[in-house]
Design a protein around this ligand. Structure first.
Ligand code: AMP
Ligand code: MG
Length: 485
């Protein structure tokens, strides 16, 4: 296994799009130290973490030692923030270090978040805080563990440097690893500033991420259609898992349909469709139940930016495919969560009936589905009924569910095993992240370690960690998170 100094960089974006970035080196963090490194992501890059001391990792990813072959740069992009077009965003506190090609020929972007000021920093300090770096580190891995496309992270580095947010906080960096750092906002910026580069960037995205579009009669129209498909599936995945992103601005939407740029995200505890996890989202634009329509809103912005290259009819057709794709993916996923192998007319009513009961009775989204995964067909009464104030209502729903399962006649063990693979036991509830952060603030990273391990295998039983699958304590319910990170 190569060491970090032997990573194979091949920086195609740096070479091909000089107009879309500014080259600059990271600003070293003061007295950096390793908070945690992710062995699973190291493997993705063919790196042997044991070949490096924590101090060495901290110097590489605290911005002191340049990685041989990397060519750090800040990307230029714009985007719609809370519905308003912001013409000039760009990487204000992160640098694309380059693209690493691993032994399997996969290409991974390395991006150092919190690397210091850039020409796009505006009034910001170019830094990230330890709190939000740990949150992104854990959540991106949790999403991956759930089977939802996401960026990931190799490590978090802390420092003695403090930065000002609502209070003074510890500065940190996160080494993000992603299939792409091209956002919807890249195309929006080109549309408004350098339209002649729209086609080269679209071609680049096709070659790198959507090779199946290369031979289509209209490759860019095919690309738009494919981005719509992947984004629709991602939104369905978020809704199925109860994930709320919090800042669905178009600069935070990846062109590859991966979950991207973790800020004030949250997972539903009690099923509350109007949950707004972002403290600054006063109008609830990015409320959990708005996510599917915002996904389409963002695709509209992308389609507008690509309109010089795509016929109007093809744009309309691509955007029209969003809703059916999302619904198909969502309902097949929800049927799977309920252990239903076939499709029946009443399935939507059955699914909605359960969600409605959860909403009215404060039922916990994740725990309810996990508990249903243990149901036996012979059960007249479901043990879960005691979690619902409206026990009769739950009994009536359960009876229709039982009848539906009887109709399929799958043996209990088969259905249960299938459901247990689709209904996680462990999710990153905000209060769990907060406990890990509080400990990390005192130099204890054991909770980061434990959570990372649980979240990498969220469908497994970890009998010694039962408490992590429990209901949140009073202080940890429906947490809203500050946008400042
Ligand atoms: P985000 O909310 O992290 O998606 O960031 C939105 C925009 O603000 C991006 O252009 C970021 O690079 C920039 N930004 C966020 N925080 C900072 C910071 N502390 N310093 C400089 N730029 C920042
Ligand atoms: Mg962002």
């Amino acid at each position: 296994m190569p060491s970090l100094s032997q990573l194979r960089f091949d920086n195609t974006f740096a070479r091909q799009f000089p107009q879309l970035h500014t080259r600059l080196a990271p600003t070293p963090l003061r007295e950096p130290f390793l908070v945690h490194a992710n062995a699973a992501v190291a493997k993705l890059l063919d790196i042997d973490l044991d070949a490096h001391s924590p101090e060495e990792l901290a110097r590489y990813f605290g911005g002191h030692t340049p990685l041989p072959g990397s060519e750090p740069l800040a990307m230029t992009y714009s985007g719609h923030q809370f519905g308003q077009y912001n013409p000039q965003l760009g990487d204000g506190r992160g640098l694309l270090l380059g693209e690493v090609v691993n032994e399997r020929g996969e290409r991974w972007d390395l991006h150092l978040k919190g690397a210091g000021r850039t020409p796009y920093s505006r009034f910001g300090d170019g830094r990230a805080v330890l709190r939000s770096s740990i949150r992104e580190y854990l959540c991106s891995e949790a999403m991956h563990g759930l089977g939802i496309p996401s960026t990931r992270a190799l490590c978090v580095v802390g420092s003695k440097e403090s930065v000002q947010r609502e209070s003074r906080e510890a500065g940190a960096t996160l080494l993000r690893v992603a299939d792409s750092h091209i956002r919807f906002g890249h195309f929006e910026w080109l549309f408004n500033n350098r339209p002649e580069l729209l086609r080269p960037l679209a071609d680049y995205v096709i070659d790198r991420h959507y090779p199946e579009c290369r031979d289509a009669a209209k490759p860019v129209a095919a690309l738009l259609h494919a981005v719509v498909t992947r984004t629709a599936k991602l939104m369905a995945d978020w809704q199925k898992s109860g994930f709320a992103h919090g800042v669905m601005n178009t600069d935070n939407f990846s062109i590859t349909g991966s979950t991207f740029d973790y800020g004030p995200f949250g997972f539903l505890d009690a099923y509350d469709p109007g949950y707004v996890c972002n403290h600054s989202d006063h109008t609830g634009r990015y409320a959990w139940n708005q996510q599917p329509s915002i996904g389409l809103w963002n695709l509209n912005a992308l389609a507008y930016a690509l309109s010089p290259l795509v016929d109007q009819d093809d744009i309309i057709a691509a955007l029209h495919s969003y809703e059916p794709t999302l619904l198909e993916h969502y309902y097949s996923g929800m049927r799977g969560k309920l252990g239903l192998a076939s499709i029946q007319d009443d399935d939507t009513a059955l699914i909605m009936g359960l969600l409605d009961l959860m909403m009215k009775n404060g039922g916990d989204y994740t725990r309810t589905f996990r508990a249903l995964s243990h149901v036996q067909l012979g059960d007249e009464r479901c043990p879960l009924r005691d979690d619902f104030v409206d026990r009769e209502g739950f009994d009536a729903w359960f009876e229709s569910y039982r009848q539906r399962l009887l109709l399929e006649g799958r043996p209990d063990p088969e259905r249960q095993a299938d459901m247990l693979r689709r209904n996680p036991k462990y999710i990153l509830r905000n209060y769990l992240a907060q406990i890990a952060i509080n400990k990390a603030d005192n130099g204890d990273y054991s909770e980061v370690e434990r959570l990372l391990q649980l979240l990498q295998s969220p469908y497994e039983e970890w009998p010694e960690h039962e408490a992590y699958a429990g209901l949140p304590p009073d202080w940890g319910r429906k947490m809203v998170i500050s946008c400042s990170s």
